[in-house]
Design a binder for this molecule. Structure first.
Ligand code: IMP
Length: 415
């Protein structure tokens, strides 16, 4: 396969960073297709750990060309700061991506007072709102300083916020001038790469259950992490995408507000949070913890056309005395197997659980599937069967080498 998407199938934080990093090693291009600096990917390279928020994880590999796609919203402050440790990396930015300006963060914080979505307050929603309202400012505006200043001041006025666009541009002018040769038409760039048979990885941020259309609306992000969103967000024909790897954490987590049917409210949640360091990379907020939810996972697999899975944080499951998996919801006395579209209904569902045997062993040093405890293998095959997908890899710890590879996705053929 030459063009592969990687996407989280839950509410983000599935451990995509490590998986994207492993696969990025064999890619020519790695493209982030949505979101902005609300993402948090921790990647470890040699003795360094990088928390990436806006750059694609491919950036740590010198041969990879990293691309920030047209569907993204870009905060220049984070972008320029984050690229500093990688002076040799080739990083290209779409001329059609939208900018997050400082007042977008102000607007995000203001809206949160009444709406309480639990956003990252990075200005993501307000920047996308301006885009959809046809008044946003794109990266292409940076190519002409006076034009940018005029547009940014008009936009700030529209929001009733004073903003010194000239001072803002001045503070980044050197970085902007350096970036200009790498501001590109991403659709054209991809087209040329496809013709040259280059290997392209599309890196999702957040997760399908946070997708603006397919997630737990309105408790979602403002972009489309789902694989179905990739073609329009990068400017590529859908049939050119050859496959998608779905990342599934062995249990569930969610940060921010919104319904979470399998949430654990006992001491176990605290225990897992501490063992697995379940705190947001971007905001430091404690993540909510829950059992695996197959109803939402089946939904995520379907809307993203997932055929292969990477299961992460399997090692953490030894904290559980029994493994509970939600296989259906009960709503108003009826058993249902789909995610209700209305948030009130989703808030009222009761999970129906299957209970599987747990394993107590430390599996963090196991490097082959055969050597996993029987209960772990049963859990894995249960997930694969329910989701009708093949498991390509299993992560048993945060380090790169703590990964059991069953399939190399780049070697999997399209059918
Ligand atoms: P926003 O993307 O900052 O607008 O936040 C909307 C929702 O998405 C909130 O519940 C956030 O906590 C959540 N969110 C955004 N980015 C991430 C992420 O990278 N991981 C997990 N949750 C996220």
């Amino acid at each position: 396969m030459k063009r592969l998407a990687i996407v989280g199938l839950q509410w983000g934080d599935e451990g995509k960073g490590k998986m994207t990093d492993v696969l990025a090693k064999e890619a020519d291009l790695v493209i982030r297709y949505q979101g902005g600096d609300n993402a948090g990917h921790t990647v470890k390279f040699e003795s360094y750990t990088y928390d990436l928020h806006i750059l694609p994880s491919g950036v740590i590999h010198p041969h990879v060309i990293s691309i920030l796609g047209p569907g993204m919203v870009i905060n220049l402050e984070t972008f320029f700061k984050e690229k500093k440790p990688f002076p040799k990396a080739v990083i290209k930015v779409s001329n059609r991506a939208h900018l997050i300006l400082p007042f977008h963060k102000t607007l995000d914080a203001q809206k949160e007072i009444t709406q309480n979505i639990g956003t990252t307050k990075k200005g993501i929603g307000p920047s996308y709102s301006d885009k959809i309202n046809r008044q946003g400012i794109r990266v292409a505006s940076l190519l002409n300083k006076e034009r940018f200043i005029k547009e940014a001041e008009i936009l700030a006025d529209l929001h009733g916020i004073s903003f010194d666009a000239r001072a803002y541009y001045d503070s980044y002018e050197n970085d902007i001038l350096e970036l200009i040769p790498n501001i590109i038409d991403v659709s054209k760039y991809i087209d040329e790469a496809v013709k040259l048979n280059k290997t392209i990885m599309f890196e999702g941020a957040q997760g399908v259950m946070l997708d603006i259309s397919h997630g737990t609306y309105p408790y979602v992000t403002s972009s489309a992490p789902s694989v179905s969103g990739i073609p329009s967000q990068v400017g590529m024909a859908p049939w050119l995408l050859e496959g998608a790897l779905g990342i599934v954490k062995a249990y569930s987590t969610r940060v921010g507000e919104g319904p979470f049917p399998t949430e654990i409210h006992t001491e176990l949640a605290h225990q897992i949070r501490e063992v697995a360091h379940e705190y947001g990379v971007t905001t430091g907020r404690p993540r909510r913890i829950g059992y695996l939810d197959l109803v939402s996972l089946k939904h995520a697999v379907r809307v993203s056309g997932i055929t292969h899975l990477a299961i992460t944080l399997l090692d953490v499951m030894n904290e559980m005395a029994e493994i509970k998996v939600c296989k259906a919801y009960e709503l108003d006395g009826l058993i249902i197997d789909e995610v209700p579209a209305h948030i009130d209904d989703l808030s009222r569902v009761n999970p129906v659980y299957d209970t599987l045997n747990s394993f107590k062993e430390d599996i963090s040093t196991i490097d082959s599937y055969d050597n996993l405890p029987e209960a772990a293998k049963t859990y894995l095959s249960y997930i694969a069967k329910q989701l009708e997908a093949n498991i390509a890899s299993i992560s048993v710890g945060p380090k790169r080498e703590q990964t059991i590879h069953l399939l190399n996705m780049w070697e999997v053929s399209r059918d």
